[in-house]
Design a protein around this ligand. Sequence first.
Ligand code: TRP
Ligand code: SF4
Length: 344
Amino acid sequence: MFAEKVLSGMRPTGRLHLGHYHGVLANWIKLQHDYPCLFFVADWHALTTAYDEPGTITQNARDMVIDWLAAGVDPDKATIFVQSMVPEHAELHLLLSMMTPLPWLERVPTYKDQQEKLTHKDLTTYGFLGYPLLQSADILIYRANKVPVGEDQVPHIEFTREIARRFNFLYGQTGRKLPDGEPDLKHILVEPGALLTEASKMPGLDGQKMSKSYGNTIGLREDEESIRKKIKTMRTDPQRVRRTDAGDPEKCPVWPLHQIYSNEEVKGWVQQGCRSAGIGCIECKQPVIEGVLAEQVPMHERARRFEENPQLVKDILAAGCERASKLARETMRDVRAAIGLNYE
Ligand code: TRP
Ligand code: SF4
């Protein structure tokens, strides 16, 4: 039996925040102990929407990889690489495009959703329509079994399964029939399953979900002064106008942060102190500030080496790319042979 392989990718959006850490990265870090994992920067996917401003992509990719390493993604355990450094993804994407019915792409829900959302951009491009197919190539080229993704990406994984099935049906016929009368197929491409990543429980500074678009984030590696300031200036229960007014933690965005960073004793102190006006808000925020800062200490520490020596990051990506390329080349050999494109 082969060990099941895990693969996931992230578009390079730049520096990550604690929402990414408590959602996606925590999951990756757990998975890297249990499975062979491949994690990559989907820079071509970024280009599908940023084709008119590609200048930031490489810097964003480097910053993002340093954040992965800072969070604890371990290059000795997981293979970390960049999509565009393994051009076989593009070859598989092209070959798959020959057999992909257009309506399959047009009905992927993210296609219309994103076009409607990003109205300032012309997304009526060939590349953008092919976004899910490029993602399929990313997954199928490694014969990945499990793909950790958020809920929004599930249709892309389902689409990938359909593409794999169609490919195997077209090019994997053995000529035999299974007992149920279905054609016996070689599994040249492997149908992957989604591994649903639990939505991040990380609340933002305003109590809404932490997200760059809400402007309520704390960076994964932010400087101490800025973290202190952001938390100190957080709004609290609007009923607590004066220090002597009693408040209700349920109506305060600081409380969900206590639920992440504080132990039972501190949480009891908040509940009691807030409702009785026994503590002030600045005092109440202190353990949250300390909790966030403590969490960042090992991340700053791990990141320092990479910030000081960018060559280390390049080396990690080169090594990851080499490992990934080896797998990709094997699959491409089988794919070309199955289609009959073989001139050797
Ligand atoms: N589309 C994914 C996202 O926006 C990123 C991605 C690209 C990806 N290729 C992938 C995720 C392959 C998993 C597997 O989050
Ligand atoms: Fe919020 Fe704490 Fe102030 Fe209560 S005491 S309103 S929980 S910050």
